[in-house]
Design a binder for this molecule. Structure first.
Ligand code: GTP
Ligand code: SPV
Ligand code: MN
Length: 602
């Protein structure tokens, strides 16, 4: 037993594991992260000294930093992301799979000596409010101080969490290495990584997580996508709850009625923006519980309750401005880490879309001089800000409520320039699950791949579901059975429909409150609907368009289903369903046939 760390915890499982990992990775020293302000400031100073961080202008952006990644390490790497279950079919068709023993052997090879010359940090962390019944514990080992300072913001960490773990055995062990050992006098670089050898591996049956070679976002902050979505979705399937790629908001009408909604959109498709919506309609109020991940359970009253397992925002910078997302701009006015945005001459940050006018000179995300005539963007399209949820001026008063907030409606969506209307409502939970399974979206820069290409992304979970997608659909159906009449209503939205001139038809952002207003009314059964071959549509006069300059044609297009396009969608989803094989629930095939029948009659 390595007594060197026993002053931090008496948890033998942690001590033994830390000792074993240290022996394998051979760091120069091991540090248990205590979560204190002093420690945080010291780490930030070290990151400045090592060149990973640039301290921003203290007057303009207090306590904030800029990091520039290696250009080969700018997003999640889906092709290097694996679900390692003993049976291949348990990972399913939509995940990369490898046998757990084979993968562990391969990773042991990579991990051997991988932390040479570096400090190995041990971060006890908690997803969800520490005292909540939703809370889940983890311990992340990492050789990246960048990941450590992120975890201060994104999760709850440190000695208080280690104390809360106590002697519990059910923490999730997570190992992360950037894969850049400093052996034989090899000099360090500002952004160490191993670009040709990335592995983001999940072992849901252990459970454990191993991530090698990348320092970026979802690849390196293992509490986020690895734990709170991939491993948690697997746990949720076993235990009867859901881990979803969802924001949660509170929405209050001028008459004081408040309801909470969860919304799942694929990466870079508008979650953070909806989560911090600033309503254009007078008297309406939106508050933010979370912007990326929701853990959803059935409460004792049969209703659905949700928590945000995270404690901060890792938001897309480009497009964020005082007009599109005022609250995010406030939240990132201090205590924020920026990654891959541009630097202004006065030591502040800039990205495309932040201001109408482009600054005359900048240092771009690669560290090169930039001016408005440059033909590359100043900020990387997947550049991000990391800030504490507490900084958000519209954070919901119950965002850390231990039992979560009651969910009245679930929204699915994506980027669809054609076919899918602004908003529609599922006829039933089972049709809602069908609609969720039929999400598709044009690709964004949040993951590697060709931007703009249509990609099938059920429930916005294609990159994040930790088990067989067909079983996941069954689990959603099962959750509906459990809630019966208390189940939230399900809606499908699309802010991204485009006209023939390739411009967005819907103004979006603040104006999305108009859609929420209709959704609120529907959850009260306050307003009638129009039938369509797909879901229920709003009567055009029931969406508050007051003050918007939209002609009737535009409104009609926005509020209609394009039948020909839908037929093409059905073919694509039919092929996708085939791929999922015989574990696909019969109910969804039935919903698909019902949709086809309605289309024929249309
Ligand atoms: P992840 O953090 O990757 O999961 O992304 P996200 O789903 O939180 O997306 P986010 O809200 O950061 O938005 C991504 C991009 O979509 C940004 O460039 C936004 O400006 C843009 N966007 C968000 N909402 C709207 C909208 O209502 N209309 C339009 N046209 N664009 C939007
Ligand atoms: C996403 O891609 O959905 C993100 C960013 O929220 S990351 O944390 O990198 O996954
Ligand atoms: Mn996300």
């Amino acid at each position: 037993m390595d007594s060197a760390y026993s002053k931090y915890t008496s948890n033998r499982k942690i001590l033994t594991w830390v000792g074993k990992v240290a022996k394998l990775c051979r760091p120069k020293n091991v540090v248990f992260v205590d979560g204190s302000r002093d420690e945080h400031d010291r780490l930030c100073e070290e990151l400045v000294q090592s060149g990973t961080f640039i301290r921003l202008n203290e007057e303009k952006r207090p306590n904030s930093y800029l990091a520039r990644s290696d250009p080969r390490d700018v997003a999640r790497v889906e092709k290097a992301t694996y679900i390692c279950t003993s049976k291949r079919e348990d990972a399913g068709e939509t995940n990369n799979w490898e046998d757990p023993a084979v993968m562990k052997e391969k990773l042991d090879g990579l991990l051997a000596g991988c932390m040479a010359g570096r400090t190995m940090y041990v971060i006890p962390f908690c997803m969800g409010p520490v005292k909540s019944p939703f809370a889940r514990f983890g311990v992340q080992i990492t050789d990246s101080p960048y990941a450590v300072v992120h975890s201060y913001i994104m999760t709850r960490i440190g000695q208080k969490v280690l104390n809360a773990i106590g002697k519990r055995q059910d923490f999730l062990p997570c190992i992360h290495s950037v894969g850049y050992p400093l052996e034989d006098g090899r000099p360090d670089v500002p952004w160490p990584c191993d670009p040709d050898n990335k592995y983001i591996c999940h072992f849901p049956e252990d459970p454990s997580v191993l991530s090698y070679g990348s320092g970026y976002g979802g690849n390196a902050l293992l509490g986020k996508k690895c734990f709170a979505l991939r491993i948690a979705s697997y746990m949720g399937k076993q235990e009867g709850w859901l881990a979803e790629h969802c924001l949660i908001i509170g929405c209050k009408s001028p008459s004081g009625v408040k309801k909470y909604f969860a919304a799942a959109f694929p990466s870079a498709c508008g979650k953070t923006n909806l989560a911090m919506l600033r309503p254009s309609l007078p008297g309406w109020e939106v508050t933010c519980v979370g912007d990326d991940i929701a853990w959803l359970r059935v409460g004792p009253d049969g209703r659905m309750y949700g928590v945000n397992p995270e404690a901060g925002f890792f938001g897309v910078a480009p497009g964020t401005s005082m007009t599109t997302n005022y609250s995010a701009m406030q939240a990132i006015s201090q205590d924020t880490i920026f990654t891959n945005v541009a630097l202004t001459p006065d030591g502040d940050v800039w990205w495309e879309g932040m201001t109408n006018e482009k600054p005359e000179e900048l240092i771009d995300w690669r560290g090169e001089k930039w001016n408005p005539n440059s033909d590359t963007p100043a900020a990387h399209p997947n550049s991000r800000y990391t800030c504490p949820a507490q900084n958000c001026p519209i954070i919901d008063e119950d965002w850390e409520a231990p039992d979560g907030v009651p969910i009245s409606g679930i929204l699915f969506g994506g980027r669809r320039k054609t076919v899918i209307p602004l908003v529609q409502e599922a006829r039933s939970w089972r049709q809602g699950v069908f609609m969720g399974s039929c999400c598709a979206s044009e690709r964004t820069a949040a993951a590697e791949g060709k931007v703009g290409e249509l990609r099938i992304d059920p429930f916005a979970m294609i990159p994040f579901c930790g088990y067989n997608m067909a079983d996941y659909f069954s689990h959603w159906l099962e959750m509906g059975h459990r809630m019966g009449p208390h189940a939230p209503k399900i809606f499908f939205v699309n802010w991204f429909r485009k006209g023939s001139n390739n411009q967005f038809l819907w103004p979006g952002f603040s104006e999305n409150i108009r859609v929420l207003k209709w959704i609120m009314a529907r959850t009260e059964d306050d307003v009638a609907v129009e039938d369509s071959p797909y879901g229920y549509l709003p009567n055009p006069t029931d969406i508050d368009m007051d003050g918007l300059d939209l002609d009737q044609d535009t409104v009609n297009t926005l509020l209609s289903v394009d039948a020909d396009g839908l037929e093409h969608d059905i073919q694509q989803f039919g092929a996708f369903y085939k791929r999922l094989g015989d574990r696909l629930p019969e109910t969804l095939m039935e919903e698909m046939s019902l949709l086809k029948q309605r289309l024929l009659k249309y």
